[in-house]
Write a protein that binds this ligand. Structure first.
Ligand SMILES: C[S@@+](CC[C@H](N)C(=O)[O-])C[C@H]1O[C@@H](n2cnc3c(N)ncnc32)[C@H](O)[C@@H]1O
Length: 311
């Protein structure tokens, strides 16, 4: 069977994540299971992998795809932000590695029917976890112009946020904006023909911004980064692939601070905070896919990978 999502930097993920092939690992964003499949192959018969996704469709797809590994791989519907609870329920104290591959999968974009894509006419939902209450439709139709502008600027880095918000507000006064096509059409109608390019539709940034807001993606990363140091065994690895500069910035900052330890101002004659380094970065600069991978999988073009080892 063909799986629409092609995993990014697969060889590098396995190389930096799996230091102990007998160990216990977590794929916190299993998606279509592409990375998990490669990690599973890199483990011995004693190794195990706990796979998590908040999207019920992703859980169903990856469960099926990872069946050949039997009980060595378990697939659970949860948020990686709740990894501590997931491990507690499984009676696992510490793990030897955690992978996060952030953003959305090609299946969500192309097949979910939840309005992630401006190229498909679908209900404006954008929830990865359909048990959550708030949809993109709710945000688009109920937030104030100021709140909408802030979402577009912060999560989409959209330069034309003001005029897009004006178009949204004008349109929703007549009738609620219910579908991805309607939202995309509004954005297109207020964008100069030169805005965007052949590869970037003028609605790209707005759709990204609403998806990030609906799924509280940055908040989840923050929660996760606060928990993960306590969940990794000594020598355990953390590998994160991100596709957005805001995400990468907070991952980079967390890894830098873990490595540095002491947070005293530089002019203090001696450390008074007592913080010691808890991680060692496995490489300093974010790793990016090469041209060959980007040509084969254009989704890889914005990927940045960072990795650190618990010490
Ligand atoms: C880029 S895809 C992962 C693709 C996967 N690595 C593969 O090889 O198929 C991102 C996945 O993360 C999931 N996701 C996003 N936020 C999540 C969260 N807070 N907890 C768990 N899964 C999440 C999405 O539902 C999506 O399936």
């Amino acid at each position: 069977m063909d799986y629409p999502h092609r995993p990014v930097l697969v060889r590098e993920v396995v190389k930096y994540l799996v230091a102990v092939p007998d160990g216990t690992y977590v794929d916190g964003t299993v998606g279509n299971g592409g990375h998990s499949l490669a990690i599973g192959k890199g483990l011995t018969g004693k190794g195990s992998l706990i796979c998590i996704d908040r999207d019920a469709d992703a859980v169903a797809i990856s469960k099926k795809r990872l069946t050949p590994f039997g009980r060595r791989i378990s697939v659970i519907r949860a948020s990686y932000a709740d990894l501590d609870q997931v491990l507690m329920e499984l009676e696992v104290e510490k793990v030897d590695g955690v992978l996060l591959d952030l953003g959305m999968s090609s299946s969500q974009l192309e097949e979910s029917g939840r309005g992630f894509s401006f190229l498909r006419d679908e209900p404006l939902d954008m929830r990865m976890d359909t048990d959550n209450k708030v949809t993109a439709r709710d945000l688009v139709n109920s937030l104030s112009p100021k709140e909408l502008e802030s979402i577009l600027k912060k999560y989409g880095e959209e330069r034309r946020a003001k005029s897009i918000v004006r178009a949204i507000v004008r349109a929703r006064e007549k009738e609620p904006i219910e579908t991805s096509f309607r939202l995309a059409g509004l954005i297109k109608s207020v964008s100069p023909p030169s805005y965007g390019s052949k590869v970037k539709h003028p609605a790209t940034r707005t759709f990204q911004a609403f998806r990030i807001a609906v799924n509280r993606e940055l908040q989840n990363i923050e929660v996760f980064l606060n928990k993960v140091p306590y969940l990794l065994a000594k020598g355990g690895r953390l590998v994160i692939l991100s596709y957005h500069s805001l995400e990468d910035r907070c991952i980079k900052k967390a890894m830098f601070e873990w490595e540095k330890g002491c947070t005293c101002p530089p002019d203090f004659p001696q450390c008074v905070c007592g913080k010691i380094p808890t991680f060692k970065r496995l490489f300093k600069k974010g790793l990016r896919p090469d041209k060959g991978e980007i040509d084969e999988n254009p989704r890889a073009r914005s990927a940045v990978m960072r990795a650190a080892e618990r010490i």
